[in-house]
Write a protein that binds this ligand. Sequence first.
Ligand SMILES: [Zn+2]
Length: 99
Amino acid sequence: MKMIKILSIISLSISIFSCTKENKNENDVDVQVMEHAHKDMSAGNALNVEVVNELDPICGMTTADYLKDTADYKGKTYGFCNTMCKEKFLENPEQYINE
Ligand SMILES: [Zn+2]
């Protein structure tokens, strides 16, 4: 009997958690930021630009699927999954280029 009660509390908190994640809550800014970030990284919005790197050098995501921003460095175009990765790259490009 006690076990059943515990299980129902667990499943209740799980469903509350998934509701918070999926439903828009105007009071919860974090949720909207998360949704926005997720949108930025979705494969459907990838840029159609040729880049020299197959993987985002910052986070390792495939640029073919997640290309959102590019940076030109020494005549080559490098692709990134988002602007944050690009800015990180531009802080110290040599660190990320293995040639
Ligand atoms: Zn990235």
